[in-house]
Design a protein around this ligand. Structure first.
Ligand code: HEM
Length: 111
């Protein structure tokens, strides 16, 4: 499989919100509903995202085969703690795209 880069990761996450908006007929209120910061205009912003004190990509899980343990990958696959699977109420990110996110994190989050 070819290497997944940051542009592809951003595209996958951006597309998930476009699909959400189409399905629900309104813009998702990402800032309002996620306590703490969430965003991915840049890779740095994604790395600093920490909604509800859950860092999306924990540094100790990068580049060592532990991507599936990150909060980002976990919450895209199923509920965690009291939080439902994201994006809330779907449509969810397809498995093959989640696998690309996993590959990117395991590759060490390349630009
Ligand atoms: C640990 C990570 C996350 C937590 C704890 C979290 C938590 C929440 C909570 C509490 C809500 C409001 C209640 C609800 O609608 O269920 C919400 C809504 C939402 N979240 Fe997340 N979220 C996380 C990550 C994400 C990610 C990575 C995405 C996108 C890929 C996302 C997309 C959404 C959307 C689209 C909504 C609905 C917004 C609206 O109703 O306007 N969330 N999330």
């Amino acid at each position: 499989m070819s290497k997944v880069n940051w542009a592809r990761v951003k595209e996958i996450l951006d597309n998930s919100l476009i699909r959400w908006q189409t399905e629900h007929g309104r813009e998702p209120k990402m800032r309002a509903v996620h306590e703490g910061h969430i965003g991915w205009n840049s890779k740095e912003e994604l790395m600093e995202s920490r909604p509800y004190d859950k860092q999306l990509i924990e540094p100790d899980k990068i580049g060592n085969g532990r991507a599936e343990e990150t909060n980002l990958v976990r919450i895209l696959k199923k509920n965690i703690g009291g939080f439902r699977r994201m994006p809330s109420r779907g449509p969810y990110i397809p498995d093959d795209e989640i696998n690309e996110l996993v590959q990117w994190i395991n590759d060490g989050v390349p630009d």
